[in-house]
Every structure is written in C-alpha cells, then in structure tokens.
Design a protein around this ligand. Structure first.
Ligand SMILES: [Ca+2]
Ligand SMILES: [Ca+2]
Ligand SMILES: [Ca+2]
Ligand SMILES: [Zn+2]
Length: 304
C-alpha cells in the first residue's frame, strides 16, 4: 500500500506537459519586454481556426482506456469532457467529439486538438520521462498579423494544432483512491488543455499577474488585456496549472489534485490570451450555485 501511495504521489508531481504561470505562458518566449511577450505569446486565433471554435477529437477508446475498475464509462467520459470544457468563455469555444474517427498523431494532423490515451511505453512518454499523467504537444507558427479575440491584431504566434496524450498505465495507479480519482482526471484534463491553449506552469515559467496577490481574481480589460499585467514572483502553488500542486515531494494526495474548475489564475491567463468582449454569462448563477452547495455542506471541494 505504501508503494502505491508513493507511486500515486509521483503521478501527482508529474501532472505537467512537455517543456513548459497568477499564470505563465507555453511555449515561453525569451528576450522581449512584458507587453511584447504577452502580445506575441502563442494562442489560438481566427487565423488558425478559432473562429468556428476549436474542434477537439477524442480518439476511439480513450475514456475506456482511462477507466479504472469500479468506474462507470459514462462517468469517465463526463470527467474528461468536463475538464476540456472548463476553459470555455464567450471568446473561447471548444467543440468536443468523443470516440471520433479522424484523429491523427502529429500536432497539425487530424482535429485541431486530438486526444489520445497511450501506454507508458509509448515513445512520447519515453521521450518525456518526468511526465506521468499527461502531455500536450503544440505546433505554433508566427504570423505578421495575428488577430486577437477582441477584434484587434498584432504580430505574434498562433497555435495551429495540438496533440494531448494521457498515460494509460499511470491512471491505473489511481485505483486506491476510489471515486475521487475522476476529479483527478478532470484536473489533469484542465491542466493539459491549459497547455493546449497557451498556458504554462506558474511555478516554473515566468509568472504574470495584475498585482502581488496570487489568489485574487485578475481584472482584465478586454479592450486592453495586457494593461497592468506584470511579472510577479508570487504564484499560487496549488493552482491547476502548477505541476507541483502538493509541493515538490508529496507523500499523499492533497486537496489541490481534486480541483475540477478553473481558479483565478487559470481564468486570468485565459482572459489575457483570449479577451472576451462581453461579460461571461451565468457567472453570477454559478457563484450562487457554488455558495448554495457550500452552505449545504456539500461539494465545497473546489470553491476558491
Ligand atoms: Ca476551428
Ligand atoms: Ca493531431
Ligand atoms: Ca493577483
Ligand atoms: Zn503541465
């Protein structure tokens, strides 16, 4: 049992994608000031297919490959898709198809984002030995005139395709956890799709914020999304985009691995990269629903 807990702990450490922050950027750019870095940073754009949403193809059998004995397949599918759709905003729509033909390995082949589940022995995991749960491999290209989601444009990188891989063997290590492991699947899906949308690890990449408090909501002006955003050494180590949510050497899972919705860091990073010109509908309702759950003493696990 102790060995399993240690293996599980190492899985929780290794939630990260390939090279890859508040929020960070992925891939990181060097040698530019903050404003130029944020403006040029890789993101999806209408020039690379964002105008009709990002088509996400989940390869046949992915959810069943991530199914651990005791899980209902429908619950695994729901947990996976929920982690992907968690990123949606009026400016960022994801069109997810489960068990669909036409996915292809190669970041620019297949759907705009393809999702695969492969064993630990797959070359993609052998080539990235520090990675345990999942990995995002993006392709990016530079465009002289790359549109933002607020209708303005500037030179910069656009993400043109991504492959996301889950490690089948390591998901089996979650078996001792029981049903809450589905929350871990959702968290890992949010994390990897954060990379697929252009976000890095705030605990490793340069961390950006609008102030020195890593826990508050970032107020982003959609018409001027980089205004007031600065480099900050203060990050929230438990944020979903952190790859050490339980610290560098955890011996047991901490609450942060069960987070199943965006925190302030993720929302801030998303809204800087994908400024939405209209307020997000339903936010007030969601907050009210969250408060009601917390008041009921129920699923307060992700209320932050
Ligand atoms: Ca598209
Ligand atoms: Ca692909
Ligand atoms: Ca802040
Ligand atoms: Zn990562």
């Amino acid at each position: 049992m102790r060995l399993r807990i240690l293996l599980l702990a190492s899985l929780l450490v290794g939630l990260h994608g390939s090279a890859a922050s508040a929020f960070g950027l992925f891939p990181e750019l060097g040698g530019l000031g903050t404003a130029d870095t944020l403006s040029r940073a890789a993101r999806w754009s209408s020039i690379s297919g964002l105008d009709d949403g990002i088509q996400v193809g989940i390869s046949p059998g992915v959810a069943s490959a991530l199914q651990v004995a005791g899980d209902e397949l429908a619950d695994v599918e729901r947990a996976l898709v929920a982690g992907i759709l968690a990123w949606e905003s009026p400016a960022l729509q994801l069109d997810v198809q489960l068990d669909v033909g036409g996915t292809a390995r190669g970041a620019t082949q297949g759907f705009e984002i393809d999702v695969f589940a492969v064993p630990a022995s797959d070359p993609i995991f052998l080539a990235n030995p520090g990675v345990f749960g999942g990995l995002a491999v993006p392709a990016v290209s530079f465009f002289d005139d790359r549109p933002f989601t607020n209708g303005t444009s500037a030179p910069g990188y656009a993400i043109t395709g991504v492959d996301v891989f889950f490690n089948i063997d390591n998901f089996q290590l979650l078996a001792p956890l029981g049903a809450p492991r589905l929350d871990i699947l959702t968290r890992i899906a949010i994390h990897e799709f954060g990379h697929a949308l252009g976000l890095g690890h705030p605990n490793q990449a340069t961390n950006y914020d609008t102030n020195s408090n890593p826990f508050d909501a970032m107020a982003i002006d959609p018409s001027d999304p980089f205004a007031g955003v600065m480099v900050s050494p203060f990050f929230d180590g438990q944020t979903i985009m952190s790859n050490e949510p339980c610290g560098p050497n955890p011996t047991a899972p901490c609450d942060a691995v069960f987070f199943t919705s965006l925190g302030n860091d993720e929302r801030g990073g998303r809204d800087v990269l994908y400024p939405a010109s209209v307020p997000e509908p339903g936010t007030g309702l969601l907050l009210a629903a969250g408060a009601a759950l917390a008041a009921a003493g129920g699923a307060g696990r992700r209320a932050r």
